[in-house]
Design a protein around this ligand. Structure first.
Ligand SMILES: *[C@@H]1O[C@H](CO)[C@@H](O)[C@H](O)[C@H]1NC(C)=O
Length: 305
């Protein structure tokens, strides 16, 4: 009981002290000083200064998350590609190398000898190679968000689009004009939102918004104010249960099919087996049919004559 009270007191006390200088856009940030300076811990004793007036670069956040995972603190836990070359972040989290401005370096090695190329969202876009791998800069200019909303009555595409655009604007500070496409499948509760910027432009960094949203839906908000991500559609709240993000770069990725992951190989094997089984069944059915037909034929002839 006493311990709980002390813990409670400490929490309240820390809250009061911190309230003068806090980081709205990053709950793990530690801030102090005048002027207020905020940092996040990205490695043992390594404090990355961050600008809390915008969403924090994904590279810094991923680094902080890897550090938190290593040290046993909280971590992360999942209708089609917009184009054939779109990338999905199947590899999951790694310990990234960041430029001083928070951009992912083009080559990433996760502190091992094995390296690969990433795009501006830190998503792998090449096969894995050694430390000498050569990578070009690739900017993700288009992200497709595939969202599934929880049961809700009275929704339609127009109302949903407005609700989501407002949420993007208010929560992630993303201007509505970047929403290029919106599709809604009412029965599947599936929403597809395409967010695109002009090729060649560096802002906005679409990976930040996508990362914050993924966290909002899959785990917990990254914002200090951890009220869950919901958006209002004519006064009622709608929340999401699933998100899948596709990344499209200004240059096609160089991933080949050589290194298929176990899951994909398993799917290919199962599909092939089903196809072979189907062909065999069709073959035997055809043979039986033929046998029956050739037996029936003479009898039919007899009755006719
Ligand atoms: C990076 O390394 C960590 C362990 O150090 C591992 O858990 C993680 O899966 C690796 N990520 C990738 C993408 O290789």
């Amino acid at each position: 009981m006493m311990k709980v009270l002390i813990a409670l007191f400490v929490v309240v006390f820390v809250d009061v002290v911190a309230s003068q200088c806090t980081c709205e856009n990053m709950k793990w940030a530690v801030c102090d000083g005048t002027p207020c300076q905020c940092t996040i811990l990205v490695d043992e004793g390594l404090k990355q200064p961050i600008d809390c007036t915008t969403l924090i670069p994904k590279c810094f956040l991923m680094k902080a998350e890897m550090y938190r995972a290593r040290t046993g603190q909280s971590t992360r836990s999942i209708a089609g590609k917009p184009v054939e070359t779109a990338l999905v972040d199947n590899d999951g989290i790694y310990d990234p190398e960041c430029e001083t401005n928070g951009r992912f370096k083009n080559v990433q090695c996760n502190k091992t000898e094995e390296c690969w190329c990433v795009n501006s969202a830190g998503v792998r876009r090449s096969d894995k190679g050694d430390k000498n791998i050569k990578c070009e800069t690739a900017e993700t200019y288009w992200v497709r968000l595939e969202l599934k909303h929880k049961e809700a009555a009275g929704l339609d595409a127009v109302k949903l689009r407005t609700g989501i655009e407002n949420a993007l604007q208010q929560r992630y500070k993303l201007d509505k004009s970047f929403v290029s496409e919106f599709q809604y499948d009412k029965d599947g509760r599936l929403i597809v939102v395409d967010i695109k910027k002009k090729i060649g432009e560096s802002l906005p960094d679409l990976s930040r918004m996508a990362y914050y949203m993924e966290k909002d839906i899959k785990v917990l908000p990254l914002f200090s104010n951890t009220t869950p991500f919901e958006f209002s559609v004519e006064g009622s709240k709608v929340s999401m249960e699933k998100i899948l993000v596709y990344y499209v770069d200004d240059k096609p990725p160089t991933i080949t099919m050589q290194k298929l992951t176990g899951g994909i190989i398993a799917v290919i094997v199962v599909v092939s087996l089903i196809v072979i089984a189907g062909l065999l069944i069709m073959f035997f059915l055809a043979r039986r049919q033929k046998a029956l037909y050739s037996k029936a034929q003479p009898r039919e002839m007899e009755t006719m004559s």
